[in-house]
Design a protein around this ligand. Structure first.
Ligand SMILES: Cc1cc2nc3c(=O)[nH]c(=O)nc-3n(C[C@H](O)[C@H](O)[C@H](O)COP(=O)(O)O)c2cc1C
Length: 312
């Protein structure tokens, strides 16, 4: 039997396999080079970049929770200029698609400047709009009624529309699960011209040390990730799949190939491995190998045949 096909397309982006690594969980790629052959990945998504450097939140910024973790990194990053000068040349050497995640501290304009800047860089394959980080308070990432942009369909539509005009590159919008109806937000992003939807970012959580009576995260609340959130993520991918035509990149607690295949069956075209990278740095390549094995074992010619093929 011929080897099954596992390539997929996300907008103009061609991925040799549907597995990428999630923003903020894989540094800038080079940190993982000793553990795995980075060339095997479908794509790398960078840590979220802002216009100016950010130091992030004060520690402790992470803690373990049952089947997951809380984090409140607060978008620590070197800023766009150092990212372009120091990190992009390293990515370029890897030779796989680079998706750059961006966020703004200054409203829509900053998103537009970042997108225009990245649009001019050949080695950037796509732009991911992080409008869903739960760990940045008191900034204009938040709309007037103190919601995240991704908690408001109108705000999502307006922002995506502006960024769409600023770049011809594949545009991915990353959604928050901390909403009543994620399909409303997904539809707004699609209507404004996003090429793909990426979900889910972390769920807002909290954990308390009963001896000190202090929160385990200095910022009090943090974003919950890992296997604990997988059923929520699968449900949201399935709901969004039924409502939008653009491809979905699914994530949330993917630990192995079987959890990745769950996402494909729920409707994701591609998947991202996040927290699992901290536990086993080779997780993403193991997911790719496992998907291939599943296809061979079940005599499925192409991974695309799995997308949304949940039987109810
Ligand atoms: C330590 C940590 C840092 C993260 N930083 C970012 C970030 O900078 N930008 C972003 O869009 N998502 C960030 N995320 C969210 C992940 O990309 C992903 O959406 C989420 O963790 C769910 O996937 P997982 O359960 O596989 O980790 C971060 C997650 C973790 C655990």
């Amino acid at each position: 039997m011929m080897l099954p096909g596992i390539s997929v397309n996300i907008g103009k982006l061609k991925l040799k396999n549907p597995v990428m690594v999630a923003s903020g969980t894989f540094g800038y790629g080079e940190e993982f080079a000793d553990f795995l052959d980075l060339k095997k990945l479908g794509a790398i998504v960078s840590k979220t970049i802002t216009l100016r450097p950010r130091r992030g939140n004060v520690p402790p910024r992470t803690c373990e929770t049952p089947a997951g973790m809380l984090n409140s990194i607060g978008l620590e990053n070197p800023g766009i200029d150092r990212f372009i000068g120091e990190k992009i040349p390293v990515f370029k050497k890897i030779g796989i698609p680079l998706i750059v995640s961006i966020a703004s501290e200054g409203g829509h304009e900053e998103f537009v400047i970042l997108a225009e800047t990245l649009d001019k860089i050949n080695s950037v394959s796509a732009i991911e709009l992080n409008i869903s980080c739960p760990n940045v308070k008191h900034s204009k990432l938040i709309t007037q009624n103190s919601k995240l942009i991704s908690q408001d369909p109108k705000a999502t539509f307006e922002l995506v529309k502006k960024v769409r005009k600023a770049t011809k590159k594949t545009l991915i919008t990353k959604l928050s699960p901390n909403v009543t109806d994620i399909t409303e937000i997904a539809k707004a992003a699609e209507a404004a011209g996003s090429d793909a939807i990426c979900l889910i970012n972390t769920l807002i959580g909290m954990s308390i040390d009963i001896n000190s009576r202090k929160p385990r995260i200095a910022a009090v609340t943090g974003g919950l990730s890992g296997p604990a959130i997988r059923p929520v993520a699968i449900r949201m991918v399935w709901e969004v799949y039924k409502k939008v035509k653009i491809p979905i990149i699914g994530m949330g607690g993917i630990m192995d190939a079987s959890s990745a295949i769950e996402f494909l069956l729920a409707g994701a075209t591609a998947v991202s491995v996040g927290t699992a990278n901290f536990i086993e740095p080779r997780s993403s390549v193991e997911v790719i190998d496992g998907i291939r094995k599943y296809l061979i074992k079940n005599r499925i010619k192409n991974a695309r045949q799995l997308i949304g093929e949940l039987e109810i």
